[in-house]
Design a protein around this ligand. Structure first.
Ligand SMILES: [Zn+2]
Length: 164
C-alpha cells in the first residue's frame, strides 16, 4: 500500500509541476485583464470601442444634456458599470433623485472611482473617473443626502446598468 502511494506521488509530482507551468501564465494573463495597464488604450482603440457620445464623455470629459439619459429614471435594483471598461461603480441602493437631470448617487463602490480637481467652470469642481480605465464619469459635490453628504452627479452615457 505504502509502495503504491509513494509510486503515485512520484508520478503526480511531475504532472503537477507541468500543470503549474501551463496554468501559471494563464493566471497572470487573467489578472492583468482587470488591471489598470490593460486599459491604457489609444485614442483610436477607444473610438472603435465606444459610441461617439460615450467617447466624448468618457475620454474628453464631456457632459451630456440634463434629463437626456434614461438612467436618470432607472429605479430597478442592480449595478451601474463603467461604460468604458465595465468595472462596477455604483449600486442602485445608493441612487437618489437629485432633480438635476443626471443620475445621482450618494456613494460609490469602494475603490471604483478616483477624483481630481478641475477648473473648467472657473470655480473648482471635483471631477471623478473610473479607477480602472480612467474614463470620466462626472463631478462629486458636497450637497448630497446623508449618510455621506456626497452627490455623485454622473453622465448616463458613461454608465451601463445591469439589473439584478
Ligand atoms: Zn472604466
Amino acid at each position: 500500500m505504502n509502495q503504491f502511494l509513494s509510486r503515485r506521488t512520484f508520478i503526480l509530482i511531475p504532472i503537477m509541476s507541468i500543470l503549474k507551468i501551463i496554468f501559471k501564465p494563464m493566471q497572470v494573463f487573467a489578472s492583468s485583464l482587470s488591471s489598470k495597464g490593460e486599459w491604457n488604450l489609444s485614442k483610436e482603440e477607444w473610438k472603435s470601442r465606444l459610441s461617439k457620445e460615450s467617447y466624448y464623455i468618457l475620454r474628453e470629459e464631456g457632459t451630456e444634456r440634463a434629463f437626456s439619459s434614461q438612467l436618470n429614471n432607472e429605479k430597478r435594483k442592480g449595478v451601474f458599470h463603467c461604460a468604458g471598461c465595465d468595472q462596477p461603480l455604483f449600486l442602485s441602493d445608493k441612487k437618489f433623485d437629485s432633480g438635476t437631470g443626471w443620475p445621482s448617487f450618494w456613494d460609490s463602490i469602494q475603490g471604483s472611482v478616483e477624483t481630481k480637481v478641475d477648473f473648467k467652470l472657473i470655480v473648482p469642481r471635483t471631477e471623478y473617473h473610473c479607477s480602472r480605465c480612467e474614463g470620466h464619469q462626472g463631478h462629486v459635490f458636497n450637497d448630497g443626502p446623508l449618510p455621506t453628504g456626497k452627490r455623485y452627479c454622473n453622465n448616463g452615457l458613461a454608465l451601463r446598468f445591469v439589473p439584478e
